[in-house]
Design a protein around this ligand. Structure first.
Ligand code: ZN
Length: 167
């Protein structure tokens, strides 16, 4: 570590904050920082470079997210940024922040469990109802309103809800 302050650091933090505030068009309460889609921001002499990793289900939305990032950074005076799509390592729901999980639940979508949620895909795990918290729930359809969501129903409050599937 160098003792001299890095003059690029403040700009990088600002660029990170601005890029990270872009929201997912499918789930507008979540930012790409919440989702863990924003992987890196590099600020140097050239254009600002932003790395994003698509969620496994969000491919059509990713083009829109990339454009939103470019516009947001340009508006903030960062010139014309370069947005890279990084596919490896693949995005996992574990990258979703605690904040993001809480927002998802408030939005009425059951968030994926942290860590190794794959079991939930096979119906081994229980998915608590985002409305009443009951774990007496069951899957209705493997695909909900979008491919990344499954449609579940709570047997306690009888309300259907979306479940953000793990991957
Ligand atoms: Zn319920």
């Amino acid at each position: 570590m160098s003792a001299t302050p890095d003059p690029g650091e403040d700009r990088r933090a600002a660029a990170w904050r601005i890029a990270g505030a872009v929201t997912d068009p499918e789930i507008p309460v979540l930012t790409i920082a919440d989702l863990g889609v924003l992987r890196d921001v590099r600020v140097g002499d050239g254009p600002v470079e932003v790395d994003i990793t698509p969620t496994y289900c969000g491919c059509p939305a990713m083009n829109m997210i990339a454009v939103e990032i470019e516009l947001a950074l340009e508006k903030a005076g960062f010139g014309r940024p370069k947005v890279n799509t990084v596919l490896q390592p693949a995005w996992t729901t574990d990258w979703m922040s605690e904040d993001g999980r809480a927002k998802l639940k408030d939005y009425g979508i059951a968030p994926p469990p942290k860590g190794g949620g794959r079991r939930a895909l096979f119906g081994v795990d229980t998915v608590p109802c985002p409305q009443c918290g009951s774990i007496d729930t069951g899957v209705i359809a493997d695909f909900g309103s979008t491919a990344c969501k499954a449609l579940w129903r709570c047997n306690a409050c009888r309300e259907p809800f979306d479940y953000f599937k793990c991957h």
